[in-house]
Write a protein that binds this ligand. Structure first.
Ligand code: F3S
Length: 404
């Protein structure tokens, strides 16, 4: 890969050993994927924040990097942590876990990464422009910024996203290149989705049925909102590593039918009502849940407003916890607008910085979950070695069944 003189100097260690190692990782990845050169980025989303998923090795690595005094060169935000950084006791998280989690977040902050822990950085002040090249990790955020905003990022892992943020560059390859962003398979949705969780089921089904690297072009989703597509993309990214999808007539790169026709897509997959039912059947739990959890990906302000409206004047049934997860920014807004109080008055709660997948569910004592997110349904059993299960249900069903 071609490197400028400045980039070569960083690689040789003139800017210190941490940046040299970061540059080496980026160049190795670029060489493996035949990237021609590096490009400068202004934004990053860095993963590996939750103590549950990253443990002591990450804690030690991040503290040692922060001690070296290096700082990121991009506007960087952090993925969700394992708890609400302020109200962790209300989540039944242990002090032992909390101490280590706070140390990780503090190390990230000392590296210059904004203390904004969320998987929806694009709703929290870190929103790229259309066609802007960024270095994002967090698969749902990657799918969102590529597909719904039309920005460009590859699916970065934790360490490589951090390396790119420290150096301020990414290799020019993969989904950053126009020619690699064309759709490769039509996914015909042959029913009208009624509930937001139907979109999550569509993403789940699509991810499971695509081959690696395929880029779906959905037809039949003309009425999808950005919040619907947020759920769809998160599920497709979880089950099928989808980093980019198009929705005919809706998403920026597929708005124009004639341009889509030029991609000459020949492959087709379809999903009908029976397929939808099979996904709900697959993602169902028979026993009553101990936790109803909404906000995967983190709820937008609209979604918090909607659930507050549905819960207004009702009470969560005994024995059930009803939690909503969102970003710190949306939480602050929701607090000002009274939505958080409405949810709490109904016996529910709202947490920020975290989610059901990256928090220590086992020690919090939750085993049976219900969510409107198929991504959560996919990951919860995997993250708890099968000890916890998660069923799929719409917001409306959650309120109808678990409040009175
Ligand atoms: Fe976000 Fe956690 Fe879901 S990181 S996308 S809320 S699994």
């Amino acid at each position: 890969m071609f490197l400028t003189k400045d980039e070569e100097r960083i690689l040789e260690g003139e800017s210190g050993s941490v940046l040299a190692r970061a540059m080496k990782l980026i160049v190795t990845i670029g060489d493996l994927k035949s990237a021609e050169r590096l490009v400068t980025i202004k934004r990053s989303q860095v993963a590996g924040v939750s103590y549950k998923t990253s443990g002591d090795p990450t804690l030690e690595l991040m503290e040692s990097l922060a001690d070296e005094g290096v700082k990121v060169k991009t506007h960087s935000t952090q993925n969700p942590a394992g708890m609400d950084l302020e109200r962790w006791e209300n989540m039944k998280v242990s002090p032992q876990f909390a101490i280590k989690q706070l140390r990780i977040c503090n190390a990230y902050k000392n590296l210059g990464i904004k203390p904004v822990c969320t998987c929806t950085p694009y709703l929290s002040g870190n929103r790229p422009e259309r066609d802007e090249i960024v270095g994002f990790s967090e698969s749902s955020a990657v799918a969102y910024v590529n597909s719904i905003i039309g920005a460009r990022t590859n699916r970065h892992g934790g360490l490589d996203a951090l390396s790119c943020a420290l150096v301020g560059k990414v290799p020019l390859m993969g989904l950053l290149l126009h020619e690699n962003r064309r759709g490769s398979v039509y996914v015909d949705i042959e029913f009208e989705p009624n509930e937001e969780s139907d979109y999550a089921a569509i993403g789940y089904y699509t991810g499971k049925n695509l081959k690696t690297g395929e880029i779906p072009v959905f037809t039949g989703l003309k009425n999808a909102s950005n919040d619907h597509l947020k759920l769809l993309g998160a599920a497709a990214a979880a089950t099928g590593s989808v980093g980019l999808f198009h929705v005919l007539g809706v998403t920026p790169e597929a708005k124009n039918r004639q341009l889509v026709d030029k991609w000459m897509v020949e492959e087709r997959l379809s999903m009908d009502k029976q397929d939808l039912k099979s996904i709900y059947d697959e993602l169902s739990i028979t026993e009553s849940p101990d936790l109803v959890c909404l906000g995967c990906p983190h709820f937008s302000l609209n979604e918090v407003r909607e659930i507050a409206k549905k819960m207004s004047g009702r009470k969560v049934k005994r024995g059930v916890n009803f939690w909503v997860y969102t970003s710190p920014n949306v939480y602050d807004e929701s607090l000002k607008l009274g939505y958080v109080d409405t949810i709490r008055s109904a016996g529910g709660d709202v947490f920020r910085h975290t989610c059901m997948v990256v928090s220590p569910l086992e020690e919090m004592g939750f085993e049976k979950l219900i969510s409107n997110s198929a991504k959560a349904c996919f990951y919860v059993p995997r993250m708890t070695k099968g000890e916890s299960m998660c069923g799929l249900a719409s917001q409306k069903m959650c309120v109808d069944m678990f409040t009175e």
